[in-house]
Design a protein around this ligand. Structure first.
Ligand SMILES: Cc1cc2nc3c(=O)[nH]c(=O)nc-3n(C[C@H](O)[C@H](O)[C@H](O)COP(=O)(O)OP(=O)(O)OC[C@H]3O[C@@H](n4cnc5c(N)ncnc54)[C@H](O)[C@@H]3O)c2cc1C
Length: 328
């Protein structure tokens, strides 16, 4: 039995564990893949106070070391369900059950997929979501980046350093990324963009990606683009699917919880990118982690005393007042 289970080891979850341990509570972090979450995709972070420049991996390592030095426990597993039994919450991950008095959901966001046939099987066999992680595998080869926003341009710029050619496939007639970055990218000799075009199929050979089937949405013309790798960069979606039946979500899947991080169900708190908010950054994730941990610690003390207080869900309260979600 743990005081607080934290789902996700991104900056929100790691910061929550630091605050929970410093407040004398036991804390178990359950993480399904990468300690550090999304920040590990970023080769250079220049807006986290205290570091003029630091790689996402180094910042993640520092947060994890701090959490572990304070005694946070760690389990590598994918959370599959969450339920309440009396005063306890039961979290199931990889078939094992973990119990606590409070739960902080800090599951963040994940890369959106195109949802085309064969996509899951081709991930790691040509399809990727992260140039920092997988770009080196495509050195000297032809790659495509699907998308035209800021993350697509960042991915394409990294790939252009080592790949033979980079083709951006954008569904609109222009790139939506920041203008200076987009212009600098397109000025590179090995980069080009195809506009008004959607990927409507993956072409595979012996289980590996070999090309993309393209549809021009203006002319209706179809074509194939031969590539060795395709980086899907069409944005992020909250990783909250597993909680859809238990916790309040907005229409985009974000957990409905305000600045106090309470979902209004007693011992459950939502921190970081997975909750409704206007700014999703490392700074705002760690701020949420601190708020959620302190609220969870209070709740655990209340359970022990027998007078646990249920913090209101601020977003729902405001929805009631305004008839809309004030955080959106
Ligand atoms: C390419 C890129 C560059 C960025 N650059 C910057 C930057 O320079 N500065 C900045 O401030 N922000 C940056 N960000 C945004 C920042 O990384 C995020 O806002 C921040 O990481 C959110 O933290 P989080 O802890 O809420 O969620 P995440 O970082 O998404 O972490 C959530 C964690 O939960 C885990 N998880 C999810 N579901 C489950 C489950 N069912 N079971 C167990 N574990 C689960 C995930 O594996 C993940 O590790 C960048 C993001 C990206 C993608």
């Amino acid at each position: 039995m743990t005081d607080i289970i934290i789902i996700g080891a991104g900056p929100a979850g790691l910061c929550a564990s630091i605050y929970a341990r410093r407040a004398g509570k036991s804390a178990l972090i359950i993480e399904k893949s990468t300690f550090g979450g999304q920040m590990t995709f970023s080769p250079k972070i220049e807006n986290y106070p205290g570091f003029e420049e630091i790689s996402g991996n180094e910042l993640a390592d520092r947060m994890l070391s701090q959490a572990m030095a304070l005694g946070a426990e760690i389990e590598v597993a994918t959370v599959e369900s969450l339920r309440k039994e009396g005063k306890e919450y039961v979290v199931t991950a990889d078939g094992k059950e973990f119990r606590s008095y409070a739960v902080i959901v800090a599951c963040g966001a994940e890369h959106r997929r195109l949802g085309l046939p064969g996509e899951e099987e081709l991930i790691g066999r040509g399809i990727s979501f992260c140039a920092v992680c997988d770009g080196a595998m495509f050195a000297g080869l032809d790659v495509a980046v699907i998308g035209g926003g800021n993350s697509a341009v960042v991915e394409a710029a990294l790939l252009a350093e080592t790949s033979k050619s980079v083709t951006l496939v954008q569904n609109l007639s222009f790139l939506t990324a920041e203008k200076t970055a987009a212009e600098a990218l397109l000025a590179r000799p090995n980069v080009k963009a195809i506009y008004d075009t959607v990927v409507d199929g993956y072409i595979a050979e012996n289980g590996n990606l070999k090309g993309l089937s393209l549809l021009n949405t203006v002319s209706g013309e179809r074509s194939d683009l031969s590539v060795d790798g395709a980086f899907v960069a069409i944005g992020l979606a909250p990783a909250t699917g597993v909680f859809a039946d238990i916790l309040p979500l907005d229409e985009h899947g974000y957990l409905l919880a305000g600045e106090n991080t309470s979902v209004g169900m007693g011992g459950i708190f939502a921190a970081g990118d997975c909750r409704v908010k206007s700014v999703r950054q490392i700074t705002t994730a760690v701020a949420d982690g601190a708020a959620a941990a302190l609220a969870a610690c209070n709740y655990v003390d209340g359970v022990r005393r027998g007078d646990a207080e249920i913090l209101p869900n601020e977003t729902l309260a405001r929805e009631d007042e305004d008839g809309r979600n004030a955080d959106e």
